[in-house]
Design a protein around this ligand. Structure first.
Ligand code: H2B
Length: 102
C-alpha cells in the first residue's frame, strides 16, 4: 500500500537513496532545501513539481523565498512517511537536476 507508513528497513533504504534529504526533528517527515540560479528557475521547478504532485494526489509542504524552495514531505493521511514521499522526493530531485543552475 502506497499510503502505509514505511517500516524501519524501508525508511533506512529510502534515506540512503535520497542523499540530499534529511529527517525533520520531532516529526516523521523529510526535508530538502533547493537553491536555484534565480526566481524564474525556482518557480519553474515548483510549477513542474505541482503537475507531478497533482497527478500523484500527493502534495508537498513547501515555501519559496526568491531562488530557494524549502520542501517537507510527509503523508498526512498516514501520519508519517510512506512510499509516496519517496516517489515525490525522487521526482523533485530529477526535476531539479533538469534545471540548469540548481
Ligand atoms: N498529500 C500529502 N502529502 N499527504 C496526504 O495524506 C495527502 C496529500 N492526501 N494530498 C491526499 C491529498 C488526500 O487528501 C486526497 C483526498 O486524496
Amino acid at each position: 500500500m502506497a499510503r502505509a507508513k514505511l517500516s524501519e528497513a524501508e525508511r533506512g533504504e529510502l534515506l540512503a537513496r535520497l542523499q540530499h534529504w534529511s529527517m525533520v526533528d520531532g516529526r516523521d517527515a523529510i526535508h530538502r532545501s533547493f537553491t536555484f540560479r534565480d526566481f524564474n528557475q525556482a518557480f519553474g521547478f515548483m510549477t513542474r513539481v505541482a503537475l507531478v504532485a497533482e497527478k500523484m494526489d500527493h502534495h508537498p509542504e513547501w515555501s519559496n523565498v526568491y531562488r530557494t524552495v524549502e520542501v517537507t514531505l510527509s503523508t498526512h493521511d498516514a501520519g508519517g512517511l510512506t512510499a509516496l514521499d519517496a516517489e515525490l522526493a525522487a521526482a523533485m530531485d530529477r526535476i531539479a537536476g533538469d534545471i540548469d543552475g540548481s
